[in-house]
Design a protein around this ligand. Structure first.
Ligand code: GCO
Length: 443
């Protein structure tokens, strides 16, 4: 099975960026060479991770990075999106950990040598534990610590980075980590969700200012995830409930960046839930960005609920990925069009899109037709958005290789490359081969 795009597609032009993505905690291992982070602590608690695993080895990328750079180069991609582990490059007192900086210098240099563009995320959820011990993202000081980290590391590595992203998915850090409590640090209060989100966004804005100063020639921005909400019916109650859910989960993170305001639902919150916004914060958060990274996987369906305002209806009788997420590519086109009509946007890069599938490795082959179909349908959806005028300049598959899928441990496989965790052998899946064929077919 092949991946293809219409002959005249913008995505087939040579300057459209195709890449693959990973994140530090999910692939690196090498935990003895960095400070402990909130995910180390979270994994050590019972009942948090489906297979009771942790990130101590993961894909052993910390030791195997050279062969992984070769793997990425062999895939024929234009770019690689990775994240830096804050606690690998900084010591607890904020000073530089030279060995950790050297690890990323070598990695980035290896990529550059192979002509691969480097998209670096500063924060993909691995907060150093000592900062969490002081309140983590509930403490405003963490935003300033993040700014200082961004300052130091962008001065150290700026010459090797094409694009910096401040945060990956602040929704997950704040909502899943501090409000729902199913991700590290496992806190669970509504007020924590809203307050941590504000400090994360403030951290983003402060870091943006530093990046624009230190690295004016790189493309600097943020990566947000969106799970568009659809109303189960066209009744006014369900539609209103769905609009509320979209404000709560999606626009909560984008509107401050593009309009310097939270969605209006903030006015209906009890004072105890509201974030602590100081004067000047919203202007900092709205510091202009050079690109918006969009991560998309699925949609959600909502109905009205008498006490909790909205309720999500779990998908039934629809195609699902191995995560149990509905496969609904139309939502991707609609999301991109809606972002385009809501805000005055910089160029968009799709920084993550992909699917977990129940892969089987047989005689070295993973014939993951379902994943190829998912990629095909979602690339078509991006192409359709470009056709109606959305400025999308790149697309990254999630993920380069199977890795630690957070609370689900190693039970879910998202890779274009299969990882045998016993041997650390990598096997390019049929989807990975199809991706390479598509990319290298561009004239
Ligand atoms: C996210 C993260 C990735 C995940 C991926 C699949 O979007 O949650 O950026 O780290 O692994 O999305 O869930």
């Amino acid at each position: 099975m092949k991946l293809s795009l219409p002959e005249n597609s913008r995505m087939l032009e040579k300057d459209f960026t195709f890449g693959v993505a990973t994140a530090s905690f999910q692939i690196e291992g090498g935990i003895d060479h960095r400070q402990p982070c909130i995910w180390d602590t979270f994994c050590a608690k019972s009942g948090t991770i489906a297979d009771k695993s942790d990130g101590s080895v993961a894909c052993n990328h910390f030791n195997l990075w050279q062969q992984d750079v070769q793997l990425i180069a062999d895939m024929g991609v234009d770019a690689y999106r990775l994240s830096i582990a804050w606690g690998r490059v900084l010591n607890e007192d904020g000073s530089k950990n030279s060995a950790g900086v050297e690890f990323y210098r070598n990695l980035l240099r290896g990529l550059k040598t192979k002509n691969i563009k480097t998209f670096v995320t500063l924060y993909h959820w691995d907060l150093p534990q000592h900062l969490e011990d002081n309140g983590g993202w509930l403490n405003r000081q963490t935003a300033y610590a993040f700014r200082d980290y961004a300052d130091l590391i962008s001065r150290e590595l700026g010459d090797l980075v094409d694009s910096w992203a401040t945060l990956n998915e602040p929704f997950c850090s704040s909502y899943l980590g501090y409000e729902a409590g199913i991700h590290a640090p496992g806190k669970g209060q509504q007020s924590y969700g809203r307050k941590s989100a504000h400090h994360l966004l403030l951290a983003h804005g402060l870091a943006m200012q530093v990046l624009q100063k230190n690295c004016p020639d790189s493309m600097n921005g943020i990566v947000l995830n969106f799970t568009p909400g659809y109303s189960v019916s066209d009744s006014a109650e369900d539609m209103q409930a769905t609009a509320y859910a979209n404000d709560y989960f999606n626009w909560w993170y984008s509107r401050p960046i593009f309009e310097g305001k939270y969605p209006d639902i903030i006015d209906s919150f009890d004072d105890s839930i509201k974030p602590d916004i100081e004067s000047g914060d919203m202007e900092i958060i709205a510091t202009p960005i050079d690109f918006l990274g969009v991560n998309f996987y699925t949609r959600a369906v909502y109905k009205a609920h008498p006490t909790s305002i909205f309720e999500e209806i779990p998908p039934s009788d629809v195609p699902l990925t191995d995560m149990g997420w509905e496969i609904y590519p139309q939502a991707f086109t609609q999301l991109l069009s809606e972002l385009h009509s809501r805000y005055s946007l910089p160029p968009i890069y799709i920084t993550e899109n992909g699917a977990a599938m129940p892969d089987q490795l047989t005689a070295g082959v993973v014939n993951d037709l379902g994943r190829i179909q998912y990629y095909q349908d979602h690339m078509n959806a991006v192409n359709a958005a470009i056709d109606v005028g959305v400025n999308v300049q790149g697309y990254f598959g999630w993920s380069l290789m199977d890795n630690f899928e957070w609370a689900l441990g190693y039970t879910k496989r998202f890779g274009l490359v299969y990882v045998d965790y016993d041997t650390q052998q990598r096997y390019v899946k049929e989807s990975g081969k199809a991706y390479t064929k598509l990319i290298t077919s561009r004239s």
